[in-house]
Design a protein around this ligand. Structure first.
Ligand code: MCA
Ligand code: AMP
Length: 480
């Protein structure tokens, strides 16, 4: 008998489960059977809108149930889901839309006007029509995930059905996810962490998902009190949970009822792992991944969870370290960057390993520690990957700015903080931080949080700004 394709496995994991609850949102809950019906209705509507296999369906909306429904409908059609951060401004949105060339852009009402001629309302699936499904092969694209490169423009990672099903399936099996689990989902649905690890992970293993519209510590405590068993978060979320637990230590006993807490997207400070365990009895499982590779390394659920490490390769993943940089190969590694063979060629080695750009240390027992990034042009703020170049391009157009370099300095809550180092045109009329923030028309997380006025930027013999030097100087100044 022929094995199910990856796409079929993904859909069957929704279609075959019946009357139990699949999804819980603030105002309603949906059973697996209802989800199945809704995805049929949504696929009929997508077909009516002209969507065919391989075409892109973009989604520019806040977290809500209909995002999940349309995602699944897109999977059923063999079309490609392109999530867009709803916090994006026109420039960022324009880049993604130009890149994806989507047939439709599903939007919530607040965003319909911004998204151009192909925008359609996300909800209102109740039009009747014949549901569509197209079987596509494992190599066909399921997702295009945009990610910051070292230039101002994003790149899009091509993730196939096989990538998603094999890699997420392996990880969620390792984490022992199952129908008794309820995932407390507070992550954005437009990145790999929230979309693949949390949502697809739950769907593939038959776990319920409780969608929170946004993250707050109280919402997480309440969700676990109501039956949530698994929480996946970025380190900023754990920092905020810890502040909350310091103020309300009794809530530690509520969180203790969960089965599993995981962290990733940025380094979880070892102190926070220890403090969280003291409050809740739970030792967070830290893991590591990228939009380009899905999750490749994880601490174990059974076995030692080592603070300050991201564990070891998950089943199916090969890793090696060349010149301190981690390289990985495995079932989750993307097919390449969409319509960008040059960037793709640069990202891979000749023998198919992806160069992660992360500097690592490997202990004798094989546990890996992420030490930093090889490039100073990429920052992580609250788990969001940012390109300094994109921010610099906008700051450079401010009339009071002669030269600018954006660097990241360590930040307890956010991981890194965006700092603008500016040489003003006229020292007597230097720009203020507030002026620069107002000038940057990008997602909030990309706005500079501090301004450092300088007479000149340090440069090497080739005239390139020495960002590492700047960042080190600023970090030292902040400590002193
Ligand atoms: C942003 N803000 C800041 C800073 N940065 N304030 C002070 N200092 C900063 N450094 C403020 C802005 O002013 C704005 O405030 C707000 O934060 C908007 O940013 P946001 O990040 O949305 O903040 P939030 O609403 O407070 O939410 C924090 C958050 C969120 C819940 C931690 O950042 C988040 O959901 N992060 C997850 C990102 C993620 O999923 N990454 C995964 C990538 P105002 O409130 O005034 O608007 S996938 C990945 O990395 C790989 C595959 C992996 O391994 O997972
Ligand atoms: P993204 O492109 O948003 O998918 O981010 C991927 C990057 O996030 C990786 O290359 C790492 O730099 C970082 N990252 C993910 N998980 C971890 C972790 N557990 N510890 C440190 N860095 C991480």
């Amino acid at each position: 008998m022929r094995a199910f394709s990856a796409q079929r496995r993904l859909l069957e994991s929704v279609r075959a489960r019946g009357r139990g609850t699949a999804l819980l949102a603030s105002d309603r809950s949906v059973s697996w059977a209802e989800l199945d019906d809704r995805l049929d209705a949504a696929s009929a509507r997508l077909i009516a809108l002209g969507v065919r296999p391989g075409q892109r369906v973009a989604c520019y909306a806040e977290t809500q149930l209909d995002v999940v429904v349309s995602l699944l409908a897109t999977h059923a059609l063999g079309a490609v889901w392109v999530p867009i951060n709803p916090g994006y401004h026109d420039v960022e949105l324009g880049h993604v839309l130009a890149l994806a060339d989507a047939t439709v852009v599903l939007c919530d009402h607040a965003r319909l006007a911004r998204a151009g001629a192909r925008a359609r309302p996300l909800s209102s699936w109740w039009t009747r029509g014949r549901p569509g499904a197209n079987d596509v092969s494992d190599d066909e694209l399921a997702l295009l995930i945009t990610t910051s490169g070292t230039t101002g423009r994003p790149k899009a990672c091509m993730l196939s059905f096989a990538n998603v099903v094999a890699a997420v399936g392996a990880l969620s099996a390792l984490w022992e996810m199952g129908p008794d689990d309820e995932v407390v989902h507070a992550l954005p649905l437009f990145h790999v962490h929230g979309l693949c690890v949390a949502l697809h992970g739950a769907l593939l293993r038959g776990a319920r998902t409780r969608l929170l519209e946004s993250f707050t510590p109280v919402a997480v405590v309440d969700a676990i009190a109501a039956g949530g068993t698994v929480f996946m978060g970025v380190p900023t979320m754990y920092r905020r949970l810890l502040d909350h637990l310091d103020a309300h230590p009794a809530h530690g006993a509520v969180l203790a009822r969960a089965r599993l807490f995981t962290a990733g997207s940025a380094a979880l400070p070892a102190d926070d792992l220890v403090a969280f365990e003291r409050h809740t009895g739970h030792r967070i499982v830290e893991r590591y991944g990228m939009s380009e590779t899905l999750i490749t390394l994880s601490n174990p659920v059974r076995g030692e969870r080592k603070a300050g490490t991201v564990g070891r390769p998950i089943p199916g993943v090969d890793m090696r370290v060349i010149d301190d940089e981690l390289q990985v190969r495995g079932p989750g590694v993307m097919r390449g960057y969409y319509n960008d063979p040059a960037a793709t060629a640069q990202a891979f080695t000749a023998d198919g390993f992806l160069k992660t750009g992360d500097t690592v240390r490997v202990a004798d027992d094989g546990y890996v520690t992420i030490v930093g990034r090889t490039s100073t042009d990429i920052l992580k703020v609250g788990g969001y990957k940012l390109s300094t170049r994109e921010i610099e391009e906008q700051l450079a157009t401010h009339p009071a700015v002669r030269e600018v370099a954006v660097v990241g300095v360590p930040d307890r809550e956010w991981g890194q903080r965006v700092v603008a180092c500016v040489v003003p045109r006229d020292a007597a009329a230097a720009p203020t931080l507030a002026e620069l923030q107002a000038h940057v028309r990008l997602h909030e997380a990309k706005k500079p949080r501090a301004l450092h006025l300088v007479d000149a930027l340090p440069k090497n013999a080739l005239g390139k700004v020495q960002k590492k030097l700047l960042a080190d100087q600023l970090a030292r100044a902040a400590l002193g």
